[in-house]
Design a protein around this ligand. Structure first.
Ligand code: SAH
Length: 265
């Protein structure tokens, strides 16, 4: 099913998260704005409609690289999306990255990929690269939406949750099929990948699929934990209390701007 095929500008944007909390109010807003057409494929529900003026297909990947890659592939082939944006939470890895900060991926890498001695550590075999770039314009627009969200709501969020004033970071996001939850594990990642800002379980898989099909993508992650012994508790409370607030605030600003820019094309 192709949603709209009358011109590139009308092709929808794929919006993806792993867990329902990470989508914020997106599906409810779509329902109110345009109505939602839902199609089930591969045990996932794809919600098609318009959100904040932008034609979108919104779905949940579930957790991990295989789930994320399969969902990205379906968005590209069954829904003809022209770009994919992932929103969710992650563990902070960079020294200045704190809970409540936001990280926008400029590049993404699979930290558990290692086919050495046949290929260098982290390189995806037969693809000749370890790092996958986010689309520059999409990443810049997302970072801008994050800055505007934190300028508007950051002080209230930090007062309410006793966190430091939240900031936006841009750089390397690393992905693997592990929930990283010990000082030893996050320390090992820091030693191997000193530029890494955040660790999660989906982003680099989506970036690989998007690279293979020449589809622009971008990943935005709010820091729910610091990938250490406190990670499980911190992740769970952040997911329940704040993940939706961040996604709602960021996506509202991003999609409104994005729809305006698409209309101007
Ligand atoms: N029990 C959870 C499992 C979530 S796994 C559930 O409700 O299903 C953690 C999710 O958050 C993944 O999607 C991952 O991308 C992200 N994440 C947050 N903190 C992480 C960390 N410290 N290590 C790896 N992934 C993390």
């Amino acid at each position: 099913m192709n949603v709209q095929t009358d011109g590139a500008a009308a092709r929808p944007l794929g919006v993806l998260a792993a867990l329902p909390e990470e989508l914020g109010d997106l599906i409810a807003t779509m329902r109110a704005e345009s109505g939602v057409a839902t199609r089930t494929l591969g045990r996932r529900d794809y919600h098609v409609g318009t959100v904040h003026g932008a034609p979108c297909v919104v779905t949940l990947a579930r957790v991990g690289k295989v789930a994320a890659a399969a969902t990205a592939s379906a968005l590209i082939h069954a829904f003809d999306v022209h770009a994919i944006v992932f929103t969710g939470v992650a563990g902070g890895v960079g020294p200045d990255v704190r809970i409540g900060d936001v990280v926008v991926g400029d590049t993404l890498l699979q930290h558990d990929m290692n086919a050495s001695p046949f290929f260098p550590c982290f390189e995806v075999p037969l693809l000749g690269r370890a790092q996958f770039d986010a689309d520059r314009a999409l990443a810049a627009a997302l970072a801008d939406a994050c800055e505007r969200f934190l300028a508007d709501d950051g002080a209230a969020l930090s007062a309410r949750f006793h966190t430091a004033a939240p900031r936006v970071h841009r750089g390397l996001v690393i992905s693997g099929d592990q929930f990283v939850a010990s000082a030893q594990a996050v320390g090992a990642l820091r030693a191997l990948l000193p530029d890494a800002l955040a660790v999660e379980m989906e982003g680099a898989a989506i970036a690989q699929v998007c690279h293979e099909y020449d589809v622009p993508c971008a990943v935005v992650r709010t820091i729910s934990d610091t990938a250490d012994e406190h990670a499980s508790a911190s992740f769970a409370s952040f997911l329940n209390e704040l993940a939706g607030t961040y996604s709602t605030g960021i996506l509202k600003r991003f999609l409104s701007e994005y729809a305006g820019a698409s209309a101007a094309r």
